[in-house]
Design a protein around this ligand. Structure first.
Ligand SMILES: [Zn+2]
Ligand SMILES: [Zn+2]
Length: 282
């Protein structure tokens, strides 16, 4: 697995305006220019619980200014930079997310569920005791309930890393096993179709404990079978060396499932970004 080249879009990236990244925006832009990644979306974290790390970490104004100024610097050098966001979703603060989006304009929005405060996933020691006697489906149920809420909300252009819960429970539920339980996924995939929210192919799982994408090819195929038409693809890089990491594998999975374009937004209405053909993907 390596960093990819010659792709039209990496739509999920974190800069030093996220608390868990140290990458200046120009480092991604330079790599994009060098590798032939034509367009990138900067999607720094915005959290809504004061106990979460990106709660008021960087202001909207600072994030927007940095992205827009970089976009101007790089426009003539073959890289388009979009101002996006990754909003941490939880049903508890859905109203606050709706209010935030009503007052702040982004080019592209990702909604994601993380290991929220009070969830079974945040404290590894507590998790070890909590999983005891529970089935795989029961272990992921609190996460699935939140991701279902995010998919139904219709608030976001794309739903980020659909099953990142695989990372949180990797010590207890082996990678691959959740993919064998389609009932875990069906309701949320149907909700994405109904709300018109894109499914994100997030390749960060390839470099994390699960060793597979969020979600896998089998889940992407199920989404397609259920009538899903909109997908995105992002590396979710937090480090310079993981920019576009595994992204070509993500594109391949989408192409092999029959998708021919990515669903994206550059402010305004939705736009389609064609998935390159002729690489033996489909
Ligand atoms: Zn995330
Ligand atoms: Zn992210």
């Amino acid at each position: 697995m390596t960093q990819s080249s010659n792709l039209p879009l990496d739509s999920h990236l974190h800069t030093d305006l996220s608390p868990d990244s140290d990458v200046p925006i120009d480092v991604y832009a330079a790599q994009a220019a060098e590798r032939g990644i034509a367009e990138i979306a900067i999607t720094d974290h915005v959290d809504f619980d004061r106990r979460d790390p990106a709660y008021r970490f960087a202001s909207f104004g600072d994030r927007e200014r940095v992205a827009r100024e970089a976009a101007e610097r790089w426009a003539g050098r073959g890289v388009a930079i979009r101002f996006g966001v990754e909003l941490t979703y939880n049903r508890t603060w859905e109203d606050e997310i709706r209010a935030h989006l009503a007052h702040h304009t982004y080019d592209f929005t990702i909604g994601s569920v993380h290991d929220w405060p009070g969830s079974p996933y945040r404290d590894p020691q507590g998790l070890a005791a909590w999983v005891s006697g529970r089935s795989d489906a029961e272990i992921v149920e609190p996460y699935v309930a939140e991701i279902l809420g995010a998919a139904r909300s219709g608030l976001f252009d794309a739903l980020g890393h659909l099953d990142v819960v695989k990372k949180y429970v990797a010590r207890h539920v082996p990678a691959g096993r959740l993919g064998e339980a389609p009932e875990v996924y069906e309701a949320v995939l149907r909700a994405l179709v109904e709300s018109g929210t894109a499914l994100e192919m997030n390749t960060s799982g390839l470099r994390q404990a699960p060793g597979e994408t969020y979600p896998t090819a089998a889940v992407v195929a199920m989404f397609r079978d259920l009538g899903g038409t909109t997908v995105t693809a992002g590396s979710d890089a937090h480090r310079a060396e993981t920019f576009a990491f595994g992204l070509e594998d993500g594109y391949r999975i989408l192409a092999e499932a029959g998708f021919e374009e990515l669903a994206f937004r550059r402010g305004g209405g939705p736009v389609a970004v064609p998935i390159p053909s002729g690489r033996g993907w489909s």
